[in-house]
Structures are given as C-alpha cells and as structure tokens.
Design a protein around this ligand. Structure first.
Ligand SMILES: [Zn+2]
Length: 82
C-alpha cells in the first residue's frame, strides 16, 4: 500500500468519497473521487516548501486536476536522441 495519492483527472458532477457531499467539481485520483476542498485540506498532508507547510487552495487543486485531465502519457513521453 502506497502512502501517496495522485490526481488523475477532473470531471463535473459526482460525489465526494470523503464526506459524501455532492460535488460540482470532482477531483479524480488513484484512490477515488474527492472534492477539491477535502483533497487539499483534509485527506492530504500539507506540502513543505523551504521549511514551511502550505496547502493548495481549492482553486489550485481544481486547476491541477483539469490540467492532468488534458495530458496523456503520450504527451509526457519524449524520444531520446540515439
Ligand atoms: Zn468531501
């Protein structure tokens, strides 16, 4: 069992697996669907930057999820120089 959770995408309209609330913005992860607020503020630890803990805002989590949705593994792979 891994200790990390990865955002895998975004979709509209669903249910949060953490609090059961109906969601307009759904953050899809490798551990299920969560609301951006629950994901960023409750089910994940704060990130550390230069010794200070910080949390992503709800908006930031949503845009991250939207970006992930638009990227494919093909777009992330690069051909190496022979
Ligand atoms: Zn929730």
């Amino acid at each position: 069992m891994t200790n990390t959770i990865s955002i895998t995408g975004y979709f509209e309209g669903g249910c949060c697996m953490h609090c059961g609330r109906e969601l307009r913005h759904c953050v899809q992860t490798d551990a299920g669907t969560f609301g951006a607020a629950c994901f960023g503020k409750q089910i994940t630890k704060p990130r550390i930057y230069r010794g200070k803990a910080y949390r992503l805002s709800t908006d930031a989590v949503i845009s991250l999820a939207r970006t992930a949705h638009n990227l494919t593994s093909d777009q992330l792979a690069f051909e190496r120089v022979a």
